[in-house]
Ligand binder design. Structure first.
Ligand code: PDD
Length: 287
């Protein structure tokens, strides 16, 4: 890696280059990046990379941190300061620094910009090219591992923002078969027409919510019937009640889905009771 990095307007020694712990790129993968190859100190395919960068930023509604002209100057200055002729320039632009919240920060937040430069041994690269390389195959699972509580939360952040813009508190993801998987930061539940609790099973591509698991215990202790079985948004609307669970929301009644009332459109007795029971249990067992 080169010796000088660019971080938010300043060139700093690489070893001292740091970003804020609440940078949304760090916490939510709410960021984009580009990599240019360098030939003789010059940016290869510059136009294509700038165009894709601008598209990526625009797709995420992250403002351009500076004009293309200004960015070119900063990228070239980073290359010059690192005295790299053949190598790579890495640029990352995050939505910026804001208190952790999935939805976009309110008000103007300056995008955070990081640039690093690294040298490449072209002779070694050519030798490798002359020999050729092998590949292995792997299932396309980007990102089919929602069971891992990773900070790769960009889809969740975008979903939460969609909810916020619609005046809602949470977004429920719906899979290709039309079933609700879970919320952007919570698990999803209903109390169906027969009074049975329903939440998606954890063999599905969802996070194994700890609150969900504890609540399943509470539900069984209460002698209530529960099915770990998916439901559709229509079933949620036709249900008696709906609610979400998570460390952030605990047990939170849901009164509408996509603008359609659930039950009477007010928190139902089961969710209200489960909230009380969950909080009591959580308080009693907290260490
Ligand atoms: N989110 N599903 C997703 C995608 C979540 O991010 C969360 C929690 C849950 C519920 O898990 P638990 O009951 O273990 O908190 C389900 C936390 C609260 C967050 O990101 O802020």
């Amino acid at each position: 890696m080169g010796r000088i990095a660019y971080v938010n307007g300043r060139f700093v020694p690489h070893g001292e280059a740091v970003v804020h712990i609440e940078d949304r790129g760090y916490q939510l993968a709410d960021a984009v990046y580009e990599v240019w190859a360098l030939f003789d100190g010059k940016l290869a395919d510059a136009e294509g990379h700038f165009a894709r960068l601008e598209r990526s930023l625009s797709e995420l509604s992250i403002p351009e941190p500076m004009s293309r002209r200004a960015l070119t100057i900063v990228l070239k200055e980073a290359v010059r300061r690192n005295r790299v002729r053949d190598g790579l320039v890495y640029l990352q632009v995050s939505r910026g620094v804001a208190p952790r919240d999935h939805a976009f920060p309110a008000g103007q937040v300056r995008p955070a910009v990081v640039i690093t430069v690294k040298a490449v041994d072209r002779a070694a690269a050519e030798a490798r090219a002359a020999k050729g390389v092998s590949v292995v195959t792997t299932p396309e699972n980007r990102w089919g591992r929602c069971d891992i509580k990773t900070v790769g939360l960009l889809p969740n952040a975008l979903a939460k923002q969609k909810a916020r813009e619609a005046g809602a508190a949470e977004a429920w993801f719906v899979d290709e078969l039309g079933f609700v998987t879970e919320g952007a930061s919570s698990n999803a539940w209903i109390v169906d027409g027969e009074g049975r609790l329903r939440t998606r099973d954890t063999n599905a591509n969802i996070l194994r919510g700890v609150t969900r698991l504890t609540l399943l215990d509470v539900i069984r202790e209460e002698g209530l019937q529960v099915d770990e079985r998916p439901f559709t948004p229509d079933e949620a609307v036709a249900a008696k009640e709906a609610f979400i669970t998570g460390a952030g929301t605990l047990v939170l009644p849901v009164v509408s889905v996509d603008g359609r009332k659930v039950g009477d459109g007010v928190p139902g007795p089961v969710a209200t009771r489960l909230r009380r029971l969950y909080i009591a249990r959580a308080k009693a067992t907290a260490i």
